[in-house]
Design a protein around this ligand. Sequence first.
Ligand code: SUG
Length: 420
Amino acid sequence: MTLVEINFDGIVGPSHNYAGLSLGNIASASHKGDPSYPRAAALQGIAKMRGNLARLGVQGFLLPLPRPNNALLRALAVDPARVGAGERALLAAAWSASSMWTANAATVSPAPDCADRRCHLTPANLVTMVHRAQEWPDTQRQLAIAFGDVSHFCVHDAVPPTFGDEGAANHMRLCESHGAPGVEVFVYGERGGKFPARQHIEASRAVARLHGLDPARTVFIEQNPAAIEAGAFHNDVVAVANESVLFTHELAFADRQGAYDAIRAAFPALQVVEVPDSAVSLAEAIRTYLFNAQLITLPQGGMALIVPEECRESPSVWRWCEAMLATNGPIRQVIPVDVRQSMANGGGPACLRLRVVADPATVDPRFLLSDEKAAQIESVIARMWPEQIDPADLGDETLENSVKAARLALLEALDLPELG
Ligand code: SUG
């Protein structure tokens, strides 16, 4: 059995909009009220997947969740036909396409790390934000289908509230190669700062126990409160790991040297590629999402960093990237991609994907991409996804019907009626 890393990207749902729902997420707050372009957003996502399919030979996807979630509105006693001023955010929550950011779908521990040698997945409860807290039961349903082979996978329930869990966005893995045993690093925030710390250490510890991780190969690290305050609402906004490389901003962790030492104690081969604040400020790193990159191992050897286009447009970030490439380090290529629609809500290339180490033959093939399937998905999106949504449109019955029909058309095209 050959274990490889498979990126499962979230297909951007037809209700994608900018409602400013995420306190502490600067892009979300600053684009509140802007018109959104769901069709363009979803096509940008497919183009990113196509690129990685060509580079890596394998690519997966997860489907948008059913929206609007009228059950949530009923539970909150919000009548979509008569929404009071104070209820607009709740209405928008029920319409949110936030499940596109599958780095928050679950925490995944590959089989070689787990006591029972199965790959364990725990859906993230995302309890800090109401628009995200509604995701996990539907996400779990989908994961249980995609990874339904119980001889290879184990899909858990989410960690119970009040402990906040944001999934893979606050989790990193160091290993010699993806199929080898790894060291898992959980990054949590301390509560009490200006913005919510979304990942709680209690949740991280629970996930580590649920997955049967070896305590000697599990590390817990505190996020830098200053990074959360600057807008790094998830650790993957300021750091990303792949195989033996940790690519990080100097100010990502509360105790920088202590963090590197703790990881190195469990994983001596660690290579830290650190960007000093003097080269790229925390603010610029968060604005451009340099670290919300996909750091991938290329089949021909070496690593590539898939960054948002915004990085190429930033003089300090691009200067740093060019200098880094000239040093002959582990990262051999920097590849910009256009995911601007997602970026405007605080979701970069890495937010849009969930990494699962598995033998592709053990995954339900309906969740794996091919060029033909990409073309099929693109054609449904081009035909059915709304071109534009203004936040004032949310709640409109005609829009609701078209959003629901668009998703159902995609499920039909992909032969996934059980998600309907
Ligand atoms: O949870 N934005 C998402 C972005 C998630 C990014 N994911 C990772 N870093 N892995 C969030 O804050 C904005 C929705 C709105 O405002 O309409 C939003 O939910």
